[in-house]
Write a protein that binds this ligand. Structure first.
Ligand SMILES: Cc1ncc(COP(=O)(O)O)c(C=O)c1O
Length: 357
């Protein structure tokens, strides 16, 4: 493992003996009689295959992700959603009561929640408001690198939708080498004009990219995420010491293989293009309303919208059974709501409420 990475991992993980599951020891593709995992041999009607524990990290799926994300299979770890990846990384790098993560609010709440459960500290370096959008405070982040084990950069960012300047992200990754790990959350990257950092992953041992099938590939219910590690040895360590014994359910593995197949991928990609077009249409339409004071430019499948009367608008939507996320009570997004992009009819229903508001 790269020494710069090794020294950042919590010390006991270097020597820890991970759990060796029956699934790790046996090749399920072989025609053998498996009596090693206390599984039930009698399958139930319509539930074939579910009596067996899943392969912990199936090679076929890792190869499919490798092709999808453009990263070497050895550098990929598959998790139950990007959420599990965040939890695993926090557990691996943050010593309770001692270490800290760095976040750039307003951003995804899960980073801080995981740090708090360790409990570890959370250092906040708020985003800078710049020309109606947001930017990373590179100077502010640089000043705190040595105080943090994990630096979370979410780009495109939830809830603002912002893609941060690639140069700024790279600057933080380069400065942090040997000092902190950078976790670049690319959960919404397929909706963005910006390119994924996966193409330069292997140049940066301290970089970990989070990806998911939840959003762009319409698989939120299957909980299929992944981490792409710049250091393949770190990926190997996480696979053997950082994950649950069987992190991926059988049905989720099958569904992910289906989504990444040549039959389905073009359909998913067409849907992504539809959502991007709809986001642009919604952004323009919302800007026309007197009730809307600002629509933040978004590279994701949602819009952060600042309104004159967010509470009343949310109530009017709820009365029509349309549920929108309220961010107005959060100090760093006053008067804002976050609206996911839906189907054409769903988006129109929101615009109709706004027009009659
Ligand atoms: C920025 C960000 N990261 C991670 C996640 C979690 O994604 P997953 O469904 O893969 O756990 C979300 C979900 O909303 C998110 O917005």
């Amino acid at each position: 493992m790269h020494t710069a990475v090794e020294k950042l991992i919590r010390p006991h993980y270097r020597t820890l003996q991970g759990y060796v599951s029956a699934g790790m020891e046996s090749d399920k593709s072989a025609q053998k009689i498996f009596l090693n995992a206390n599984e039930n041999p009698y399958t139930l009607p319509g539930l074939d295959g579910f009596n067996r524990y899943p392969e912990p990290q199936p090679k076929a799926l890792r190869d499919a992700y490798s092709a999808l994300y453009g990263a070497p299979a050895d550098n990929i770890i598959m998790t139950r959603g990007a959420d599990e990846a965040i939890a695993v990384l926090t557990k691996l790098f943050c010593e309770p009561e001692k270490d800290a993560i760095l976040i750039c609010p307003p951003t995804f709440g899960m980073y801080k929640v995981n740090a708090t459960t360790m409990p570890s500290n959370t250092i906040s370096v708020p985003l800078l408001k710049q020309g109606g959008s947001y930017a990373l405070d590179v100077a502010g982040m640089s000043a705190r690198i040595d105080d943090a084990k994990l630096i979370f950069i979410c780009s495109p960012n939830n809830p603002t939708g912002t893609s941060f300047a690639a140069d700024d992200i790279l600057n933080i990754i380069q400065q942090s080498e040997g000092r902190a790990m950078v976790v670049l959350d690319e959960t919404y990257i397929e909706m963005a004009e910006a390119d994924s950092f996966a193409s330069i992953l292997c140049n940066h041992p301290n970089l970990i990219i989070l990806r998911t099938l939840s959003k762009s590939y319409a698989m939120a219910g299957m909980r299929m995420g992944s981490m792409l590690c710049g250091d393949a040895d770190l990926a190997a360590l996480i696979r053997t010491k950082g994950l649950d014994a069987y992190p991926l359910p059988v049905a989720s593995i099958d569904a992910a293989l289906h989504v990444t197949s040549p039959d389905i991928l073009p359909i998913a990609r067409a849907n992504i293009a539809t959502l991007i077009a709809a986001r642009k249409t919604m952004e323009e339409a919302l800007k026309q309303s007197d009730e809307v004071t600002h629509v933040y430019p978004s590279d994701a499948n949602f819009l952060l919208v600042e309104m004159k009367r967010p509470d009343d608008f949310l109530k009017a939507c709820a009365a029509q059974n349309i549920i929108i996320r309220d961010f107005s009570s959060k100090p760093d997004t006053p008067n804002c709501i976050r609206l996911s992009i839906g189907t054409e009819a769903q988006n129109q229903a929101v615009l109709n409420i706004l027009a009659n508001f």
